[in-house]
Structures are given as C-alpha cells and as structure tokens.
Design a protein around this ligand. Structure first.
Ligand SMILES: NC(=O)c1ccc[n+]([C@@H]2O[C@H](COP(=O)([O-])OP(=O)(O)OC[C@H]3O[C@@H](n4cnc5c(N)ncnc54)[C@H](O)[C@@H]3O)[C@@H](O)[C@H]2O)c1
Length: 251
C-alpha cells in the first residue's frame, strides 16, 4: 500500500500487453485503487489513460513511478527496459512482473520480488518440478505467420535453429517464450527452432521434454494480438492472473 493508503499498480509499457492489463483493471478483474502508467512514449500512456474511466496517473520517468510507491509493477515494455529497471524496482522492495523475460537470462537476479509469468505458454509447474529431478532434453518449436516475424516467405521455412539464449537475443520481441523455458529448466538447456509458416495464423509453440522419470509434450496455439501480431493475448492474461495473486499478498 502506498503512503496515501491506496493500493497502486504500476505499468511500464503501454503497448499491446499494457493496454490489456489496464483494461482488466478497468473491468475490476484486478482489484486496486489506482493505476500508474509509464511509457517512454508519453503519448501512449496519455492515450491509454484517456480510454479509461479508472483513476490513472501518468508519470514521465521510472523515478516518478517509484516515488508513488506502487504495490506491484508490471514491466511490459522491452528487454532493454527490463535490463535497466529490474534492479531499481527490486531495490525499492516492490513486486515486479517481468514480461520481457529474455532480459533476465543475462541478469542473474536472485530475488523473490521478481516474478516470471508463464506468458504465451504454460505447464511451467510440471517443467520446474521435473527440473529439480533432472531434465535430459527440451526442444521448443515456435511457428509463426511471416507477418509476425516481419518476413514474407510463401513456403514454410526454418528461420532459426539454436539455443534459447541466442534466440532471445536475436528475436528480442518474439522469443520470450524460449527465455521463459530456459529460466524454468535451468541448468538444462533448451534447443529452439523458429519456423516462419504462411499456413499458420496463430502463434504456435510446441515443446517436448525428456526428463528423468518421463516425457512431456505441450502445445499452445495462440491468437495474435490484433495490434501487435508478435504478441499473444495469453501473455497478457498470464500477467493479469499473476497480478491478482500478488495484490492479495501482505505487504
Ligand atoms: N513473456 C512472454 O511470453 C511474452 C509474450 C509476448 C510479449 N512479451 C514481451 O512483453 C513486452 C511488451 O510486449 P507488447 O506486445 O506489449 O509490446 P508493444 O511494442 O506493443 O509495447 C511496448 C511499449 O513499451 C514502451 N517501451 C519500450 N521501451 C521502454 C522503456 N525503456 N521505458 C518505458 N517504456 C518503454 C513502448 O513505447 C511501447 O509503448 C515485449 O518485450 C515483448 O517481447 C513477452
């Protein structure tokens, strides 16, 4: 709770995901008293504010956001934003939901205040349980329409094969799923294949896991967000779900 006794939620990034989260707050799916919006493009924050009736404050910097003492902050901006802000937010003792999970691969953050949502996939509970016992192999295949990869191939084409770390670096906006898997199964490694496929309309992620006592196969076919085809709505809903839980926590 902030100094004024209000429960506030901070949102860094007012794009596709930030907007869905703000709309969930507006619809009272997330229970808080005030939303604080920060975007490096202030017009985006102002535009989002004007679409809401809920009490909203727009701030011009992360420092200003921190001074208002939100209970939880959601980063829905970029890997670069996450790299820059995670340490400063955690230092204030504020719970932080990180959407740009690729940034966490290089940061080695050890804090119970940093929360990784399941994002555009799921099954991380089973995967992290298996990781404790020992994982032998994880293979992720992500299939996207060329539009979502800024390509225009007419036939299905493998555009990347390699490690999750490299995939998250080369495709910082598209391959957070690979990063989320890598964070969940470490120290095991994730092999990644990215396919640009004009036949798929949905962002499809499949992963196969071989672990000490069995196998898993999970598949997610997500509608792309209408305003940002790289992003799946499920990613925003995973943050909304996590936000609900974190707001119930005692200070
Ligand atoms: N974890 C997952 O499964 C998952 C799934 C989809 C997207 N994502 C990631 O979540 C993030 C947000 O996705 P989106 O679709 O809403 O993106 P978006 O491009 O629609 O919106 C991002 C917004 O953040 C703002 N921004 C960028 N850098 C900033 C900074 N340093 N400080 C403040 N604001 C900044 C931009 O101006 C923009 O308005 C992206 O990094 C994306 O890759 C994660």
């Amino acid at each position: 709770m902030g100094e004024t006794g209000k429960t506030k939620v901070g949102l860094v990034g007012c794009g596709a995901i930030g907007t869905l989260i703000a709309e969930a707050v507006e619809r009272k799916l997330v229970v808080c008293d005030e939303l604080i919006l920060y975007d490096q493009d202030e017009k985006k924050a102002e535009k989002l504010k004007s679409s809401l009736r809920f009490p909203v404050v727009v701030v011009a910097s992360l420092d200003e956001l921190l001074r208002l003492k939100p209970k939880v902050i959601v980063e829905a901006a970029s890997q670069q934003a996450a790299r820059e802000y995670v340490g400063r937010i955690v230092a204030e003792g504020i719970d932080l939901i990180v959407m740009s999970t690729g940034a966490l691969l290089g940061l080695n953050v050890q804090s119970s205040k940093v929360h990784v949502p399941s994002g555009a996939i799921g099954g991380l509970d089973a995967l992290s349980s298996a990781a404790v016992a020992g994982i032998d192999e994880v293979v992720l295949t992500s299939r996207k329409n060329p539009r979502a990869l800024e390509m225009n191939n007419k036939e299905a084409k493998i555009v990347y094969e390699g490690t999750a770390e490299e995939a998250a670096r080369l495709y910082p906006r598209e391959m957070n799923v690979a990063a989320t898997l890598a964070l969940t199964v470490k120290p095991a490694k994730v092999r990644v294949q990215v396919v640009s496929d004009p036949k798929v309309q949905r962002n499809t992620h499949e992963f196969k896991v071989k672990w000490r006592f069995g196998e898993m196969f999970l598949r997610f076919a997500n509608d792309p967000h209408p305003e940002n085809p790289r992003t799946s709505a499920l990613a925003a809903w995973s943050a909304i779900r996590l936000l609900q839980t974190l707001l119930l926590k005692d200070a």
